[in-house]
Design a protein. Structure first.
Length: 202
């Protein structure tokens, strides 16, 4: 799906009629090429990553830090893409904020580790071993680069208020690497005041 169509779905979900206690959701696909385009890292590469030319907040403040950079899980994600294996759906939430171009922004609720890994690899942050040799992204054969960039990832796009976001976050993160109690609280209680406290006492 082209970015323009994805933005149309963002707009549709953002302006859809909502009923108390219900999420509004739509489904789409997005190419890795478009996710990586205009990706922005912060200096620490832990928080502040943006995808889709700044329209997706990959690491919102309530998410855990990046833990896939261990040379195993990150490599597994890229290896799966190269082999054409599915890596699962990315779940996006629309928090009601706009990008500089006036389009709605989305936050990653589920899939942050996978999406961060993909962007890190496509921006030369690590290499994977193929046939016994390490390859960063631009050392890959052109056809393999194109295969990665052309891979379409399924995404769900939802909105529904902060309480629904928090409930959904806790539910979808019951799978995979379990969140600690503190990481769940970090989602439920987030904001400038909480961030200031974390900065002071961390």
């Amino acid at each position: 799906m082209e970015p323009t169509k994805l933005f149309e779905i963002f707009e549709e979900v953002a302006h859809a009629e909502q009923h108390p206690g219900e999420m509004v959701s739509r489904y789409a696909t997005v190419k890795i090429r478009d996710l990586v385009n205009g990706a922005i890292f912060d200096a620490a590469e832990n928080k502040g990553l943006y995808a889709l030319d700044g329209h997706i907040i990959v690491q919102p403040k309530y998410q855990r830090f990046y833990i896939y950079g261990d040379g195993k899980r990150d490599v597994k994600v890229i290896d799966s893409i190269i082999k054409g294996l599915p890596i699962g759906m990315i779940s996006l939430y629309l928090p009601g904020i706009l990008a500089r171009d006036g389009k709605p922004m989305a936050e990653v609720l589920d899939g942050q580790q996978r999406l961060t890994t993909i962007i890190r690899y496509c921006t030369e942050k690590f290499s994977v071993e193929i046939d016994g040799n390490p390859f960063n992204f631009y050392a890959l054969p052109k056809e393999m680069q194109d295969k990665i960039l052309g891979t379409e990832i399924p995404v769900s796009i939802c909105s529904g208020g902060e309480k629904m976001r928090n409930d959904w976050f806790k539910t979808i993160n019951m799978q995979g690497v379990a969140l600690t109690d503190m990481e769940i609280l970090n989602c439920v209680y987030s904001g400038e005041y909480v961030e200031a406290l974390k900065e002071k006492f961390s």
